[in-house]
Design a protein around this ligand. Structure first.
Ligand code: GTP
Ligand code: SPV
Ligand code: MN
Length: 627
């Protein structure tokens, strides 16, 4: 386990500047790849053997081993443009930026086609789709057989986690998608650096991906946690295809973390710096499309800026945490880029996200806007600029402001290197990570759930996380807007039995000398008119200030049946036009509504049936007795 050191002070972490300085090791000719029988430039014997096996199975025409250089990236874009995978955007307005439109049947994660594959169903548990590992291998081998004929296989070595971190993990993804190869270069520490990190080790994640024929009837995202292996077929989209992200850094990593006493969580990681220079690192778990990227890049209201408050970002989607020798919980962000929701992003809602996507970014499934000079611009709903007179929508159809459909898909995304973020935290690339001062859980709840409250203690906090409810979003296919239980915002990402996952959370407390305080937030409560009652975004700073002060043992809170809650005067509302009636409505806990809430938690309890950790039963009893 790493030792505790101060964060490194460099603002642009070494190796993360994707624009300059990378050695030009690749020529344009090389990116065309080599015939499959040519000797592979891979030194690690276990990787070489596995790649050879996959070549024999998938039968690509060409094999290309990625080195991660900027020259290579340009060559991959050039190839992608020639193949119609990418459209180069107007380079004056969007330097280094490209556009991609995925198949319209392939625009979000497909949770019903995502499997945990193990010998026994109990390892996967009641919340995952399960396939027997042998059956899954046999079924997918049939699909992979010859699937890369006429295509190039890209060999993508990558590291999840800052180089040199004891938690850093190497993966190798084989893919027939040039889009995936370039995305992996933006999202991970990709290329030669991964071979160096790996050395001769046989401990690395085997990631095999093919777009196949992008047919939802032949689409599988299969995880083999016992074999450190991921096989994904038939989808080119985000979490289904960029296998370092949800598949490795959450599903496989959560399984490894349970065995090795660390945690992989669907969380953002940020630093809150107070006017006196005091730093508090905050990790927050919100389900997909519920505000992690926005919160991680929060711009404090002007009065906070003047007073000297600063927010800096370490990560926006995934956090790995462990307990150091001093008994403190520490965290790193395993990723090196952002794969963020685009619609709704503008200079008011999230200027830092907007700045992050100004250059060297891939836009997926937004609207494409042809310009008079033959070049292209992009547009999306709630853009700063008004809608263009004419655009091509995410399905490839002509779109005008009069169209009744959306120009950009609600789950359209940008891929940007995190080095682009103007408020990137200096410790974002520190292998020793940062100490976690507070953990926040939050969902999208239009009713019942108050703005903020604090758990009584760790055990209660784990219960709050475990029973987290949220209305579903466009980030996964299926119905949008229905409340589902999403424990720790990890329902789609726990790589093993949820019973063991919850026990792991409870037990982690015993390793810590002192533990982070745990909070629950809801930015999405609506009034009777259906309007959000809380302004959200930058104004969330006001709630964050209270959280930080509580975590440091400074702010007041009253005891309620849900937990510790601020009174109106405990939150700085100066400059906000929120009446005391509105604030009380926002923080109201209605006992009858909470009875219904407890009943709806049964959905989760029933799934866990006889396997419910006893801490969960007791916390539930305590809550009921407080009602
Ligand atoms: P994933 O990348 O899917 O994991 O999503 P995420 O959790 O990073 O969510 P993101 O920050 O991209 O926000 C998703 C949507 O929530 C966007 O449409 C935002 O405009 C909206 N949103 C984010 N923060 C707030 C907030 O404080 N209040 C309101 N009302 N909406 C918000
Ligand atoms: C999410 O859905 O939580 C995402 C996007 O962060 S994806 O990488 O597609 O899973
Ligand atoms: Mn996410």
């Amino acid at each position: 386990m790493p030792t505790t050191t101060a964060p490194t002070p460099a603002l642009t972490p070494a190796g993360l500047d994707h624009r300059h300085g990378a050695p030009a090791a690749t020529s344009l000719r090389d990116v065309a790849g080599h015939g499959p029988s040519a000797p592979l430039a891979i030194e690690n014997p276990s990787v070489r053997r596995w790649v050879e096996d996959c070549i024999a199975l998938c039968q690509p025409d060409q094999v290309y081993v990625c080195d991660g250089t900027i020259v290579e990236r340009e060559a991959l874009y050039t190839k992608g443009v020639a193949e119609g995978v990418f459209v180069k955007l107007n380079q004056q307005k969007w330097p280094g930026c490209y556009y991609h439109r995925s198949n319209s049947n392939d625009v979000a994660r497909t949770e019903h086609l995502t499997f945990i594959c193990t010998p026994s169903k109990d390892t996967a548990g009641p919340t995952n789709n399960w396939m027997k590992d042998k059956e899954a291998y046999a079924k997918l081998k049939g699909l992979y057989h010859g699937c890369m004929k006429g295509r190039t296989m890209y060999v993508v070595p990558f590291v999840m986690g800052p180089i040199g971190s004891p938690l850093a993990k190497v993966g190798v993804e084989l893919t027939d998608s040039v889009y995936v190869a370039v995305n992996m270069q933006l999202m991970t520490r990709m290329g030669a650096i991964a071979w160096k990190e790996l050395g001769d080790s046989e401990e690395w994640t085997r990631c095999l991906h093919s777009n196949g024929d992008v047919n939802p009837d032949r689409r599988y995202v299969c995880h083999f946690p016992l074999d450190n292996t991921i096989w994904s077929f038939g989808s080119g989209y985000g979490g289904n295809a960029l296998l370092g992200k949800k598949c490795l850094a959450l599903r496989i990593a959560s399984y490894l973390g349970r065995q090795q006493d660390w945690m992989a969580e669907h969380m953002l990681l940020m630093n809150v710096q107070a006017p006196n220079g005091e730093r508090t690192y905050v990790a927050a778990a919100f389900p997909s499309a519920c505000g992690k990227t926005n919160f991680a890049m929060l711009i404090p209201p002007e009065q906070y800026q003047i007073a000297g408050w600063k927010i800096t970002t370490l990560g926006d989607d995934i956090v790995w945490m462990w307990v150091d020798e001093a008994g403190k919980l520490r965290a790193i962000n395993p990723e090196a880029g952002y794969f963020g929701v685009v619609p709704g992003t503008n200079s008011k809602s999230n200027p830092n996200a907007l700045a992050s996507m100004k250059r060297d970014t891939i836009f997926t499934n937004v609207a494409l806007v042809p310009l008079a000079d033959g070049t292209y611009d992009v547009w999306w709903e709630d853009h700063d600029e008004p809608a263009p007179a004419k655009a091509i929508d995410w399905q490839g159809n002509e779109w005008t402001p009069a169209s009744s459909t959306k120009a950009a898909h609600p789950n359209s995304r940008f891929t940007a290197p995190m080095a682009n973020n103007p408020v990137l935290d200096p410790a974002a690339d520190d292998p020793n990570g940062v100490p976690v001062g507070a953990i926040i859980f939050g969902g999208r709840r239009s009713k019942s759930v108050p703005l903020v409250f604090q758990a009584f203690n760790w055990m209660h906090g784990v219960y709050l996380g475990a029973t987290l409810g949220s209305e579903t979003t466009a980030a996964a296919t299926g119905q949008v807007g229905v409340v589902r239980r999403d424990p720790m915002a990890m329902l789609p990402f726990i790589g093993y039995n949820i019973r063991d996952y919850l026990v792991h959370w409870f037990r982690m407390r015993k390793k810590m000398a002192d533990c982070p305080r745990i909070f629950h937030v809801n930015w999405f409560r609506k009034n009777a008119q259906g309007k959000y009652m809380w302004p959200g975004f930058g104004e969330n700073m006001r709630v964050l200030e209270w959280i930080v002060n509580r975590a440091k043992g400074r702010a007041y809170a009253k005891e309620t049946l849900l937990g510790w809650m601020p009174r109106m005067k405990d939150i700085n509302l100066e400059g906000l036009t929120i009446s005391s009636d509105d604030f009380h409505e926002l923080e109201t806990v209605n006992a009858d509504e909470f009875k219904a809430e407890i009943l709806s938690q049964e959905e989760l309890f029933l799934k866990l049936a006889g396997d419910l950790p006893k801490e969960m039963v007791f916390q539930r009893e305590l809550l009921i007795s407080r009602l």
